[in-house]
Design a protein around this ligand. Structure first.
Ligand SMILES: [Zn+2]
Length: 271
């Protein structure tokens, strides 16, 4: 019996060696933003007068070597206010990130790695729940987030200042096996980034952050009014499209409601 047990352990170890076999992607609902006028999403004003419902997802990647949260949604305190907040951008939340993690028997304390496409409050809103996690941060984004110009916004993510941090410039392979790789795609913000995830069955997925807001903005290469550097953003779009092509990746435009709804409904997952 002892020998059999030892063999079973070896078998489990061998199975886990191919880590991507057991990587799972959960799409969590971290809010909704009703935009009554999309004029600010394109410098050429091509969306002026249009309205849109944007989703705000958080993505949980469960890997044998740890859990990664990609983007942290809107601040979950919003869920206590059923009316929502804001006017042109009206934000609501039907459930908290914490309650969704609890459905998996998890809490924010169980998340080993946090990475954010950028600092905006609909992507970093729950960052303060993850001060204990290892933050995988684009160096330019982190420098900007804790610059003097950002003193007021910093309360939204102050816990990250002292978090264990892994800084990257161009790219970072989170688990060292190519299953989750973050790429710097600056321009929307100084160190905006995107995530390339490779799953065993579902294949490659490329998460846009805010490089694109919806399908049409990808087609038109629209640059929003709130954008740090146009030249960088256009270069980043080229980099993103090259990655999508190279890896034959399914592009996931994070705010696009259709892309959100095309994902397995939580707690179902992709693997
Ligand atoms: Zn943004």
């Amino acid at each position: 019996m002892k020998l059999f047990g030892f063999a079973a352990v070896l078998l489990v170890a061998a199975t886990n060696a191919n880590a991507t076999d057991s990587v799972q992607l959960y799409t969590l609902d971290c809010g909704t933003i009703e935009v009554s006028d999309m004029v600010s999403f394109d410098k050429q004003r091509r969306f002026a007068g249009q309205s849109i419902t944007l989703k705000v997802p958080c993505y949980l990647i469960r890997h044998p070597d740890g859990d990664l949260l990609w983007d942290a949604g809107l601040d979950e305190a919003l869920a206590a206010n059923p009316e929502g907040i804001g006017t042109t951008f009206h934000s609501t939340m039907s459930q908290t990130l914490t309650s969704q993690l609890a459905e998996l028997g998890m809490s924010p304390a169980d998340i080993e790695y946090l990475s954010l496409s950028h600092w905006h409050p609909d992507h970093a809103g729950n960052a303060n729940l993850f001060g204990h996690s290892t933050w995988i941060a684009n160096r330019a984004e982190r420098d900007f987030m804790f610059s003097d110009a950002m003193k007021e916004a910093q309360t939204g993510y102050s816990a990250l200042k002292t978090a264990k941090t892994i800084l990257f410039d161009e790219t970072y392979d989170v688990f060292g096996d190519g299953s989750a790789v973050v790429y710097g795609t600056p321009g929307h913000t100084p160190g905006h980034s995107v995530l390339l995830l490779t799953l065993n069955s579902a294949g490659a997925l490329l998460f846009s952050g805010d490089l694109y807001i919806h399908e049409e903005s990808r087609t038109l290469r629209a640059i929003p009014l709130f954008n740090t550097d146009i030249g960088q953003t256009l270069q980043s779009m080229d980099r993103f499209e090259a990655l999508a092509e190279q890896h034959q990746a399914r592009v996931v435009i994070e705010h696009d409601k259709n892309h959100f709804e095309a994902m397995p409904k939580f707690p179902k997952y992709l693997d």
